[in-house]
Each structure stands twice: as structure tokens, then as C-alpha cells.
Design a protein around this ligand. Sequence first.
Ligand code: MIC
Ligand code: SF4
Length: 640
Amino acid sequence: MKMSLAQKIISQHLSAPAELKPGTAIQLKIDQTLTQDATGTMTYLQLERMGVDRVRTRAYSYVDHNTLQSGFMNADDHKYLQTVANRYGVYFSKAGNGICHQLHLERFAIPGQTLLGSDSHTPTCGAMAMIAIGSGGLDVAAAMAGIPYSIKMPEIVSVRLTGKLKHGVTAKDIIFKILQEKTVKGGVGKIFEYSGPGIKELSVPERSTITNMGAELGATTSLFPADENTLEYLEKQGRGGDYMALAADPDAVYDEYMEIDLDQLQPLLAAPHSPDNIHPVSDFAATKVDQICIGSCTNSSFTDLCNVAAILRGRTVHPDVSLTISFGSKQVLRMLAKNGALSDLIASGARLLEASCGPCIGMGQSPASGAVSLRTFNRNFQGRSGTMDAQVYLVSPETAAASALSGYITDAAKIAFEKTTLPASFLVDDSMIIVPDLDPEKPVVKGPNIKAVPLGRPLSEISGQVMIKVGDNITTDHIAPAGSRVLPYRSNIEKISEFCFEPLDDHFPARCKEHGGGIIIAGSNYGQGSSREHAALAPLHLGIRAVIAKSYARIHQQNLINAGIIPFVFEDEAAYDAIDLLDELEIEDVVNLSPELSFTVKNLSKGTGFTVTHSLNQDQVDIIRAGGLLNKIAAGSSDL
Ligand code: MIC
Ligand code: SF4
């Protein structure tokens, strides 16, 4: 059989034979795992409960999100992460070393392997021909404990790139173009596999901008072949030995096809408040800019920031603009310092932040009221910046730099600058990666804000009132917001629950407490965005037993299941309209939950009824029956 590259890597990692037919349940052996600090504490607390002596994957723990450290909480988290990593055999990357995805690509990604990460942008390493998937922390903990990762075989989309990018047009514009066509839910259940003569024009860091933002399509992952560009990058990182040539068979058959002619692309942007609200940059030439933030795991590579420096060199940032730059990694920062680009950035008036996620996760740099903020990031959901009425546009680093000079949204194609190519070699310095010694005598240190993981309840009858009714494309930033106020509580579910749904309805936690929890009603693509389990664990803590939605984002749906919350789907979407806040619902016979069974929901307040279905397979039903994955593993029903 002629195979796509995704099928090849997947077939080599099946832990039990399975047909690679879209929708079929498959079990993947995981080679590498990755966590970051904001999701990592929950991950390792859950791993500790699994009772293993050491991790079974090549495991990496990065500290990159919560580095503002207002209060002792995040510093305590970092200490816990470092000590628990040492105990279980996890490589630990200290705060300041850089952003997990950038670092992983630089130092650890290996073509042909599988990677599971507790961050939705884990697919970044698909740029290195890995099957790299984002998931909730509990799934990553289970993988570290040696349990294969269950997933439905995705459809594979062939994206063929032809032509060559024009001056000022970048990899970011390629993924913007795909987002324009497919939207933020167009990639659910799919892998985007890139090929064609156009990919030869893209270096690994450029490819990683595309695979990174594949997450915004809702895709399971995105993937480039391993070719001479991959070899070049690996050799320059001093890792030529990790290379293996990998590509699809020439006549591989795909489930869907797309073609993009790079010659036809122009600089694009994502306007407020969604990554799929795509327009030409030139349409916004009259828009005045207040703030510009360059960085994030999407666009903070050495070449990205050299291009920014080339545009800013010898010029000064517009007086009305505040420009910040966050570096992808210590490697990037040191190389910019060495080649003089850092000096150009400082001279231009840029404000330098550390090598971390920073403003991307709302850790500082919230814009002024109503401000226009251009960001080279991947998400512009309303309020994520920390300012509810800010107008956040996503742009390429080149557009960001050009706009920083003019003070207006500016097409970089109009500015003369020399594009940087990969350096002769990267500066390799892994001194901030701590190699574990697995010494059981060294204590695992838990500060007072680190609380036990909540456990779900075994399946029983479900009835309750509607605690909130929300619309389409609700993000995990709505359900469990981030930002500097909230992120100190990522290890404390009780406390973080107080912020649950705050951007949409700040009475939600109090309402749940008053009524003893209940049911959430939602539109389509519920839970898009981040992998944070907190968007399932906080509702669990507040007594939510089920969600009824039109459809779900993949990672959040599994997080709900792992928490023991049933993600039901409306059989007929029209039923959504007839439900109101506080309606009393009863899901009949839910204790008989099994794959394929649908259920009648009685609306006791209205005297009506409707049908709900679900997409749970037997394994997922078993998780719900046990009251969540941790309970199931503890009961020994999983093959630990
Ligand atoms: C994000 O970009 O939303 C995050 C913060 O990296 C999240 C993880 C988290 O919430 O900690 C993600 O993308 O999964
Ligand atoms: Fe960090 Fe932002 Fe990337 Fe999430 S999207 S990992 S917050 S840089």
C-alpha cells in the first residue's frame, strides 16, 4: 500500500494492530513527552499517583509560561517541577532557557519519532517529521507511565506547496491562508501533511511556524518530511546523527487535497478576535498601532528575530508604539548578542523580555484600554492579552517590525531588507537542561499552594440545572482563563475554579456552588485552543457532570472524559435553542452508557425532551464509568 508520511510513522508506532482508517481507535507508542510549567504541575501530580518508579519515555519538563512569579506560587511550582523531574527521570529545562516548543525543536526533536506534550502547540515539532500531538497533562502522565496514547485515526490532508514566497511574505502567511480556507474548526480530526516543490524553500524554523499554528485549525498535528533542509538544520545544531530521510510514498492517497501557490501569497493578518479572521495586511494600512509584541513559540527563532533586527537597524520605533521582544530560547538570545542584532534591537527602542512565553499567555504587557496590539503569536482570543477591549491582530515578525517603525499596520513587502538564512552553525549550550539522577533520597518539594488533584465520581444518574449556556467556538481561555492574576493557581484547582468562565459570566462559580453543580450547554467547537486540563478540572470541582454541545475541540473533549465529565452531543442542533439557563435537565438511563447508545434528555422545566449522542469508544466509556482516567488507572484496569 502506498502510504502518506503520517501513516508510515503511525504504523511504526502502533502498540496493537489496527486498520489505519479514519475514525478507527488506534493506540500509539510514545517515544518522547514534553510538559511546560503551567500544565506540568498537574501532570506530575497525576504521574505521582500512578505509582511508577520512573518514566518510560524520553521526557522533558520546561519552565517557560509562569516566569513573572508575582508571589511565591510559581516559584514553588518551579521547585516542585525540578525536584519531581529528578525523581522520575525527566530532563528539566530551567526558567530562562526558552520556550518549550522552540527548545524542543532545537535540541531534542527527532524525525520519525512520536511526541506527546501537555501543550496544544506540541505539533510545532512536526516541522522535524515527528508525529507530535498536544494533549491534556493526564494523557502525558499516562504516556510517561508507559501507557500507549489512544486516539482516533485522523484523516490525512495533503497540502502541496508550489512556487516561492515573494519578498516580505513569510511562512506565517502560508498558515494564515490555510486558516482562512479551513477556519478554526476545519482541522479537527485531521493531520496536515506538507509536500511539493515549495517546501524546499522553507527552513525548519519556517516550517515550524506552520506546524505550530496548525493547532489553530484544531488539527491533531501537522507534518513536514525529513529532507535536506532537515539535515541542514540538525547538522547546524550539532545533531546530524539524529537525521533520517522520511517522506510519503510518491503515489500516496490522501483523504483531502489542498494546493497553495506561494507566488500568489501576500502578507496577511488575523484581525480581532480569532486566528481565522484573515485579511490582507494592506487592507489595514490606515490602522494606528499602540503596542507590538514579537516572540512566542510561533515566531521567535534566530532567523525571525534577525529579520526583525534587519528592518529596525539604524531606525527608531515610532513614538506612539511600545515594542516588546521575547526570545525563543537562550540559544537565540546568545546568537543575536554575538552577531550584533541584539544591539540593533536595543538601539531601536525595543523593550527586551526574557526567553519565555511572556505576553502570549498574558504574563504582563497587557495593552492599554481599547489599544491596537500587533502580535506575532498564534492566538488573539478576546481578553487573552489581559485587556478585554484591546484589538489584537496576529502578524508576521516582518509586518510587526515594519509597523513598529511607521506606527501604522504596514506591509513588510514595501520595506527593503535582507532576509536572513540559517547561520553556519547554531551556538549549542545545554547548560540549563538538568539531567536527572533519579536519586530517591532527594526530596520532592511541594509548596503550600500545590494541592491534590481532584478525582471524578464513578458514573451515576445525572440530573441538574443548566449552569451556563454558551455559543460557538468557546475557547479554553473563556473556560479557564490564563494571565498573571490566574496562572499562580495552576496547581490549586479549588482556587483556580473561582475564575472559571469569568470572561463570559463571572457568576458561574457562585451559581454552581448554590445549585450543587449541573450541566453546561454549548455550541460547536467547544473548548478550542489550549490543552489546559484546568478547563475540565475546574468545572469538575464545581460539580459539573456533563456538557451537551454541538461539537468539541479534540483535546478538550478528551480532557473532559479524563476528568469523568461526559461530553454529549446534540443529535439535532435545533434542540440547543430551546434550552435556557437554570432549566432542570435529566439524562435518562445514563448509567447504561455504552458506545453508540444515544440518550433522552428530559427538560423538566419546559416539559420537553431531546436526544443526545456521544462519540465515546469502549475505552472512554470505561474511563467515565470509573469517574476519570486516574480512577481507572488506580483500579488497575489499565495496562500499567
Ligand atoms: C496556550 O498557548 O494557550 C498555552 C498556555 O500554551 C496552553 C497551555 C496552558 O494553558 O498552559 C496550550 O496551548 O495548551
Ligand atoms: Fe507559550 Fe504562547 Fe506558545 Fe502557548 S502559544 S506555548 S503561551 S508561547
